[in-house]
Design a protein around this ligand. Structure first.
Ligand SMILES: Nc1ncnc2c1ncn2[C@@H]1O[C@H](COP(=O)(O)OP(=O)(O)OP(=O)(O)O)[C@@H](O)[C@H]1O
Ligand SMILES: [Mg+2]
Length: 145
């Protein structure tokens, strides 16, 4: 069981894959995960292993330009969002982003800081810090972060 208010020292990418897979088994919709951390921290990589663990077999592209990528895996709807290239808050309104997150959806949102106050609040915040090939993952469930 992953504790949603703990820190995890992740040794390598393989360990991250296990972590993401475990996370995937513990999460049920509606659920919003904020993925924080610098460029290359592993936010997309975590998402990729998370989707794979749920049974997704296709390729997971980083939605850097599309901002949002929808998935439906064995009946479970998910949205992978990456707001790094968000130009303005209006873009969020224009996309109707909030409307995507209905009760039957799991959302994984990279760079949520880019749209502070315009997103649904997170059920879990996952802050990833790079330490060579290790990653420190701090989890917390506090709202409004
Ligand atoms: N322990 C590890 N956990 C995760 N990724 C790792 C690890 N070690 C090495 N990597 C590599 O680090 C890179 C992480 O890139 P990724 O695209 O997932 O980062 P990101 O946080 O999504 O960045 P961005 O902000 O640009 O979207 C990948 O190339 C991955 O293979
Ligand atoms: Mg990414």
């Amino acid at each position: 069981m992953i504790d949603f208010n703990k820190e995890y020292d992740i040794e390598n990418e393989e360990a991250l894959a296990k972590f993401a897979a475990q996370l995937a088994t513990q999460i049920k919709a509606p659920f919003i995960i904020y993925l924080k951390g610098e460029l290359g921290a592993g936010k997309t990589t975590l998402t990729r292993y998370f989707l794979k663990a749920l049974g997704y077999e296709g390729s997971v592209r980083s939605p850097t330009f599309t901002l949002i990528e929808p998935y439906e895996i064995n009946g479970q709807k998910l949205f992978h969002v990456d707001l790094y290239r968000l130009h303005s808050p209006e873009e969020i309104e224009f996309m109707g982003l909030r409307d995507y997150f209905t009760d039957d959806v799991i959302g994984l949102i990279e760079w949520p800081e880019r749209a502070e106050g315009l997103l649904p609040s997170p059920d879990l915040v996952c802050q990833i810090t790079i330490q060579g090939t290790r990653r420190l993952i701090r989890l917390h469930t506090a709202k409004n972060t």
